[in-house]
Ligand binder design. Structure first.
Ligand SMILES: NC(=O)c1ccc[n+]([C@@H]2O[C@H](COP(=O)([O-])OP(=O)(O)OC[C@H]3O[C@@H](n4cnc5c(N)ncnc54)[C@H](O)[C@@H]3O)[C@@H](O)[C@H]2O)c1
Length: 215
C-alpha cells in the first residue's frame, strides 16, 4: 500500500475509524456497513467508503466490510503494531493530565519522558513517566522519539520549540497559544481548546442539529 496516496483529510480520520472498529471487533461484530459506521462516527457514508478505498479496502454490496480485515488495513497504515514513543515538555495542569492518560490502551503511544523547569517536579514520576530537568532536553538522546507534546507557558513556547527541533523530533503537538516558527520539515499541529469551544458554540447557534433533515 502506498501511503503517499492517502489524502491528508483521510489520514486524519483514520485513528477515529480505528478506535471505533476496535470496539466493534471487541464486541464480536464481524462485519459493518458504511452507513452503520456513519451513524457512529458522524461522517457521511460516501466519505467513509472513499476513505476505505484509499486503504485498498473495498466493501461488498449487501455485506459491508469485514471488521477484522479493515482493522488490519488500518493497523498497517497507522503503524499500530509499533509503539510510538512521545516526549512532553511542561508538566503543569495540562501536561500532568496528559501524563496521567493512558495513550497505550487505544493508540499504542506512550509518553516516555517529560521535562520541566520546576525543581519540585523534576525527579518525580507521574503515571509511569519520570520528569527530567529542562536543561537535559538538549543533551539527552532522543533517537527513538519523533513526536513531542508542548505544554509550557506561552512565553517559553518558542524557545522550547527551538530546542525540540534541535533534538531531531519531526512533529510537535502544540497546546500553547503561540504560532511556532519551525523549519519546513517539522510538522506542528496546534490544539486550541478555546477555538474548538468557540466553533462548537457557533455551530450550535447557526446549525442546530434538530433542524437537519427537518421539513
Ligand atoms: N490549547 C489549549 O486548549 C490549552 C488549554 C489550556 C492551556 N493551554 C496552554 O497550555 C500551556 C500549559 O498550560 P497549563 O495550564 O498546563 O500551565 P501551567 O502553568 O500549569 O504549566 C506549565 C508548566 O511548564 C513548566 N515550564 C515553564 N517554563 C518552562 C520551560 N522553559 N521549559 C519546560 N517547562 C517549563 C512549568 O514549570 C509548569 O510546570 C499554556 O501555554 C496554556 O496557554 C492550552
Amino acid at each position: 500500500m502506498n501511503q503517499d496516496k492517502i489524502p491528508q483529510a483521510t489520514a486524519k480520520r483514520l485513528p477515529l475509524y480505528y478506535r471505533v472498529l476496535q470496539h466493534l471487533s471487541e464486541s464480536g461484530k464481524q462485519r459493518v456497513s458504511s452507513s452503520e459506521l456513519s451513524e457512529v462516527v458522524k461522517i457521511d457514508s460516501a466519505t467513509i467508503r472513499r476513505d476505505f478505498s484509499h486503504l485498498g479496502a473495498l466493501g461488498k454490496k449487501g455485506y459491508g466490510y469485514n471488521v477484522n480485515r479493515l482493522l488490519s488495513f488500518l493497523r498497517d497504515t497507522l503503524n499500530q503494531d509499533e509503539l510510538t514513543k512521545v516526549m512532553l515538555v511542561g508538566v503543569g495542569n495540562l501536561g500532568t493530565a496528559l501524563l496521567k492518560y493512558n495513550f497505550l490502551k487505544n493508540n499504542n503511544m506512550k509518553i516516555v519522558k517529560a521535562y520541566d523547569t520546576n525543581a519540585y517536579k523534576v525527579g518525580t514520576t507521574i503515571g509511569e513517566t519520570s520528569i527530567h530537568p529542562i536543561q537535559q532536553l538538549a543533551t539527552d538522546n532522543h533517537d527513538d522519539i519523533a513526536v513531542a507534546i508542548l505544554t509550557v507557558p506561552a512565553d517559553a513556547a518558542q524557545a522550547v520549540a527551538d530546542v525540540l527541533v534541535s533534538t531531531g523530533v519531526s512533529g510537535i503537538l502544540n497546546f500553547t497559544p503561540v504560532r511556532l516558527s519551525v523549519p519546513n520539515d517539522i510538522r506542528v499541529h496546534h490544539i486550541d481548546l478555546g477555538v474548538e469551544l468557540q466553533t462548537l458554540v457557533y455551530f450550535l447557534n447557526n446549525y442546530p442539529l434538530k433542524d437537519q433533515g427537518g421539513e
